[in-house]
Design a protein around this ligand. Sequence first.
Ligand code: ATP
Length: 225
Amino acid sequence: MIRFDQVSKRYEGGHEALSQLSFEVATGEMAFVTGHSGAGKSTLLKLLGLIERPSHGIVTLDGQNLAKIGRAGIPKLRRRLGMVFQDHRLLMDRTIFANVELPLMIGGMAPAERSKRVRAALEKVGLLSYERQLPATLSAGEQQRVGIARAIVAKPTLLIADEPTGNLDPTLAVEIMGLFAEFQSVGTTVLIASHDLPLIKRMKKRVIVLDHGRLVADVAAQEVL
Ligand SMILES: Nc1ncnc2c1ncn2[C@@H]1O[C@H](COP(=O)(O)OP(=O)(O)OP(=O)(O)O)[C@@H](O)[C@H]1O
């Protein structure tokens, strides 16, 4: 499903953030990307969401070379993938329902269908009864779960998350990771950037390790101790 082939990324005026990176993630797999601060984890995810473009090499998603997708094709690509961020980026003056509905508004779906999808997504993250509340009335962990509901509401085949547990205490972090594992168990491919090694080890999923933009280890799920 995901294929990086000799991918390098150099930001304007910067050094190389990713260097000749090659790996594949199969459909339905869940994998972590880890490494030191500045190793290139966020950059890797940004290339998948077409937030950034590679300087060299090819990124392929479901057999499609992302370089072939122009500006006009980006919304369509983004509907295939759900993105979760550390700071959840919720609209604080909109209800939980409205926040989760947002990606579907952009997609132009009919209101009745939107409501059905939003409620299904909120139910999956255990927050259906919160739909009329504002984000500020929810705990940090609950807010992150709203961010996850928003990411999965359009039923993406790929879920990417950048430090999704960075702001959470360890118990909530485990809970959120469990939620990602649940999405994998129903067929979604999941790729998570995290520097939380104890948590990653606990999840027993594949771990891709970056060091200064290079892939230095790729540990299969069954080899994670
Ligand atoms: N927009 C940008 N312009 C210039 N350099 C950038 C930009 N974004 C990232 N970089 C640089 O690219 C390198 C990789 O950054 P990236 O954010 O991908 O790393 P990371 O592993 O996600 O780090 P962290 O764990 O701190 O979030 C870093 O040296 C960073 O300073």
